[in-house]
Ligand binder design. Structure first.
Ligand code: TYD
Ligand code: MG
Length: 456
């Protein structure tokens, strides 16, 4: 049996695609090191592996003659989740939900499956917990009469057989890292196993119309084998964000063949599971009695809803090799901003440690955060707080220019609605009509912005 298993897998190079029957440190094809990964050998025979065929082949058609039908979506009943999914789950769609351990993936999916089970057949495959543990969680969530079917299994072939016999309309695999296929000899969680299992499940989803939701763990830097290698296989990729120590969680769509990307769903973890937060714009602000130095609020707009997020910076005397650390913001971007600050505004930090943090565990990837990060840094350096009700946004370029952020009006209005009163924004984002209660200072360059806040 073991020998048979060996014969089915080969090692192929992730760089050039060359293959070898056994593992080698150096690729025989392109000479690259450590690029051989175990994969399944191409099936030689006929129909032996029915999961190999995606769907029956279709005749070639002219594009204009193909009917453009939108996919039908079934709402999960959890509004914030439906928002990121683009309206609900899609027949035959494959969704990957990634996130740190303990952030709430299993909780959210159990809640969603329970709601879906009221209208369709739902299967929950658990590889991490026993059926009893899942039951315990469902009681805690108050899902006493749940119709969700549960299978505690980690072997891919048995899961595929169950999918065939049960024929659920939706199936959750919790988690993809615990599965293994007996056709590969590598351990569960290895790149080869994760990729192979996901590929099989994807084919099954497409062929049977079952919606498959894969759970994947990622570490803080997204390094671990797993979710990242799956992103191109699946239709939708959602990532959980948020600090496990605070109760708020964000679910962000990174990729979505059936909806918008960068859409976010906001939840609060409560004693009885995750509850959607319908009006989330102010939850990422910390509550200072008085304004503190090194803090600056920005309005970020990823997806359709503006969010106000507080960015904090701490600049402190460093050693011979000062540190630049950022949580929730890109570190390379921080290094760039420090260089711009130095060159264009004369603010030097090369002998200082610089720490930057986005409050609440939210991750900000849009460049519109630049200006707020800079103002927080200079605030910490000068130990002077920005005025009460202050916020800023705008992208900063290497030449020291401040570029407009998309949909500036919406950002300004949201902040005004929440009672913010003073803003520093890019010139091009200044609205034609003044916004009530808001004093807007327009800037075109970094040095101008720094000079402006010094006098506020
Ligand atoms: P979980 O869904 O198990 O995380 P993941 O599957 O992403 O690893 O979430 C576990 C955490 O959530 C755990 O710390 C307990 C907490 N929790 C609640 O606060 N309330 C609840 O109702 C439940 C079910 C879990
Ligand atoms: Mg879990």
């Amino acid at each position: 049996m073991a020998r048979m298993a060996k014969e089915k897998s080969i090692y192929s190079c992730s760089e050039c695609g060359a293959s070898s029957p056994k593992w080698l440190g150096k690729c025989p094809g392109c000479g690259a090191w450590n690029t051989l990964v175990e994969t399944l050998a191409e099936p030689g025979g006929t129909g032996k592996n029915r999961f190999q065929s995606l769907a029956r082949s279709q005749p070639v058609a002219t594009l204009s003659e193909i009917e453009a039908s939108d996919v039908a979506r079934t709402p999960t009943g959890i509004a914030e989740l439906d928002r990121v999914l683009g309206g609900g789950i899609v027949e035959g769609g494959v969704v990957l939900i990634g996130g740190d351990p303990g952030i709430g993936k299993s909780t959210l999916l159990l809640q969603a499956l329970d709601a879906l089970a009221r209208q369709m057949k739902a299967l929950y495959v658990t590889g991490e917990e026993s059926g009893a543990q899942v039951a315990l969680r469902s009681r805690r969530l108050g899902l006493e009469a749940s119709q969700v079917r549960v299978l505690a299994e980690i072997q891919l072939e048995r899961i595929l057989a169950t999918l065939e016999s049960e024929a659920p309309a939706v199936c959750v695999i919790d988690s993809i890292q615990t599965l293994y296929s007996e056709q590969l000899s590598s351990a569960p969680g290895s790149v080869a196993q994760v990729r192979e299992c996901a590929a099989h499940l994807t084919r099954t989803a497409k062929a049977s119309g079952t919606t498959v939701i894969l759970v994947g763990h990622v570490t803080k830097d997204g390094q671990l084998a797993g979710p990242r290698v799956l992103e191109h296989i699946v239709d939708t990729v959602l990532y959980f964000e948020g600090d496990t120590h605070s109760s708020f969680r964000l679910v962000r769509a990174i990729k979505n063949r059936f909806g918008a990307v960068n859409e976010i769903g906001v939840f609060a973890m409560t004693e009885r599971g995750l509850k959607g937060v319908a009006n989330p714009s102010a939850i990422f602000l910390s509550t200072h009695g008085e304004p503190v130095p090194g803090a600056c609020v920005l309005v970020t707009l990823e997806g359709t809803r503006p969010l106000l997020v507080e960015v904090q910076a701490l600049v402190d005397g460093g050693g011979p090799s000062p540190r630049r650390l950022s949580v929730g913001l890109e570190r390379d971007r921080l290094a760039m901003l420090l260089a711009v600050l130095h060159r264009h505004a004369g603010i030097a930090t090369f002998d200082q440690d610089v720490f930057v943090n986005a409050v609440g565990g939210v991750r900000i990837s849009e460049p519109a955060a630049d200006l707020a990060v800079m103002l927080a840094i200079q605030g910490s350096l000068r130990a002077r707080p920005l005025p009460r009700g202050f916020f800023a946004f705008g992208e900063v370029g290497l030449a020291g220019e401040v570029r407009p952020a998309p949909r500036g009006q919406e950002r300004l209005k949201e902040a005004a609605k929440l009672g913010f009163s003073v803003a520093v924004v890019p010139q091009a984002n200044v609205p034609k009509k003044p916004i009530e209660g808001l004093t807007i200072h327009a800037v075109e360059r970094v040095e101008q912005a720094i000079e402006l806040v010094r006098n506020l």
